[in-house]
Design a protein around this ligand. Structure first.
Ligand SMILES: [Zn+2]
Length: 193
């Protein structure tokens, strides 16, 4: 951040009194606003239908053309389950009933928290929204594992099919860190539950 969104003055990084982290602080003595930045929540759905899962192929960067679950940034004034259903409507034109929380992954290096819910289709209708090239129900054997857009989605689906195989779903909470020096962005995954 270079300029204060509140007053337009120059912003400098400093540690405020009583704090222990660098913050963006407005240099205007009349304003002086501290612009805190915090992680963002990405919420979305694992939409189940007849043993298949609804996947979207991305029509936007990053990861154009790769497959993902319908998911996106949580908006102000909505709950995580509302955000998951909204993103599913926006990206896949699918109206869903959210069942329960399936996975939570913290990616601290990019300041993101993924929260993905199991959900079912309210109606059999779905299709690409403006951010998707195509939307398909895919069985486990049809999933293009090497063309999934995001590591947290890949890990979530791996856990999902393992749970389905075992006959019971539970909530999984984990942390993902990129393996240092790995240009292919392999991740170390630590599960807390
Ligand atoms: Zn200011």
């Amino acid at each position: 951040m270079n300029f204060c969104p509140k007053c337009g003055s120059i912003v400098e990084q400093a540690i405020p009194a009583g704090d222990n982290r660098l913050r963006d602080i407005c240099t205007s003595p009349d304003c002086g606003k501290i612009h805190y930045q915090n992680p963002r929540v990405i919420t979305g759905c694992i939409v189940e239908s007849d043993e298949k899962i609804l996947f979207c192929r991305r029509a936007i960067q990053p990861r154009y053309g790769l497959w993902t679950l319908p998911a996106g940034f949580l908006e102000n004034s909505e709950t995580i389950s509302e955000g998951a259903a909204r993103e599913t409507m926006e990206e896949a034109n699918a109206e869903v009933d959210v069942i329960d929380l399936f996975s939570v992954f913290t990616l601290a290096h990019i300041n993101q928290v993924y929260m993905l819910f199991r959900a079912t289709l309210k109606t059999p209708h779905f299709g690409p929204g403006i951010e998707s090239l195509e939307v398909e129900l895919l069985g486990e054997s049809q999933i293009p594992w090497d063309q999934l857009a995001f590591a947290a989605i890949t890990e979530t689906m791996r856990l999902y099919f393992a749970d389905r195989e075992s006959g019971s779903f539970r909530t999984h909470i984990g942390e993902m860190r990129p393996i240092e020096g790995d240009e292919f962005h392999e991740y170390q995954v630590d599960m807390l539950t």
